[in-house]
Write a new protein. Structure first.
Ligand SMILES: [Zn+2]
Length: 287
């Protein structure tokens, strides 16, 4: 079922595990993630960046595809369809198209403006029964042209945004999007602990899940992270598997050029990555 992320994240926070947000790019991505969630009886969040939204023709196409797959594949675990790093206008467009969850990333605005815009979206999403993610302290690296400096969020600002009534809160704690550089200094657990104390039962979101060591992931979950975003890792796994297939010359054998065969290794690689993450996050069997 397509549902808001509120219930699954409230349960995750209370149960000390995290629900994975896996970003989608096309039919293969979506199918791989949904089938894996169903197989593992795990709740799941499908993330869509504004760039990926444009790539997939627009938000209505995505809503149609995801709802169709949930029906045709017999998916019964809770699925949230979520806008990732949305602009204010993007959030409104996704709400209109039928997304069950949106993120408004106002982290690049002065805190007063972030609060004002977040407040408006809280009222709208509450009224419609949708979940809303807000962000404080830009997350480093680049995601679809949005470049963040890898800030560490101010815990007091986190409390101000959490108190507006958002469903979940992303806070920069030294995490970055994409591959981590060799000189990365790690997550700031002191900041995370302070944010956790100030925001109470608010589910916290960790962006840039690719490449954070497993022990840091576990520690972050123990300190209140209930949603972890995974994007780059599925892309790397898909690309590597596709490269192996083509370099082995398999596309030149028989009907190996058939896209259903050509894309199969990448599809399987996404499934394996999602499975590994759901096991690490502890969401298996929690649907
Ligand atoms: Zn992010």
């Amino acid at each position: 079922m397509l549902v808001s992320a509120k219930e699954m994240l409230t349960k995750a926070k209370a149960g000390k595990y995290a629900v994975g947000q896996f970003n989608i790019n096309n039919l293969e991505w979506t199918k791989a993630i949904l089938l894996t969630a169903q197989e593992l009886n795990s709740p799941v969040i499908l993330g869509v960046s504004e760039g990926a939204g444009k790539y997939m023709c627009g938000y209505s196409t995505i809503v149609g595809m995801v709802k169709g797959m949930i029906e045709n594949l017999g998916i019964t675990v809770p699925v949230a369809l979520h806008l990732d790093h949305g602009s204010y206008e993007g959030a409104l467009a996704c709400i209109k198209a039928g997304f069950s969850s949106v993120m408004f990333d106002g982290s690049h605005y002065p805190i007063e403006e972030n609060i004002a815009k977040t407040k408006e979206l809280v009222a709208l999403t509450n009224q419609l029964g949708l979940s809303l993610e807000a962000e404080v302290g830009a997350i480093g690296g680049e995601e679809d042209g949005v470049i963040g400096g890898g800030e560490v969020a101010d815990p007091n600002e986190c409390k101000m945004i959490a108190d507006l009534g958002v469903t979940m809160l992303a806070a920069g704690i030294g995490n970055i999007h994409g591959k981590y550089p060799a000189n990365w200094t790690g997550l700031s657990f002191d900041t995370l602990a302070e944010i956790g104390e100030k925001t109470g039962t608010m589910p916290l979101v960790l962006h840039g899940g690719t490449g954070i060591p497993e022990d840091m992931i576990r520690k972050a979950i123990s300190l209140g992270v209930s949603k972890i975003n995974v994007n780059t890792e599925c892309q790397l796994a898909f690309a590597a598997a596709t490269r192996t297939y083509i370099e082995a010359g398999k596309d030149l054998e028989g009907k190996g050029f058939d896209p259903r065969k050509l894309l199969a290794p990448g599809f399987d690689a996404i499934r394996a990555t999602v499975k590994e993450k759901m096991e690490l996050f502890g969401s298996v069997g929690k649907a």
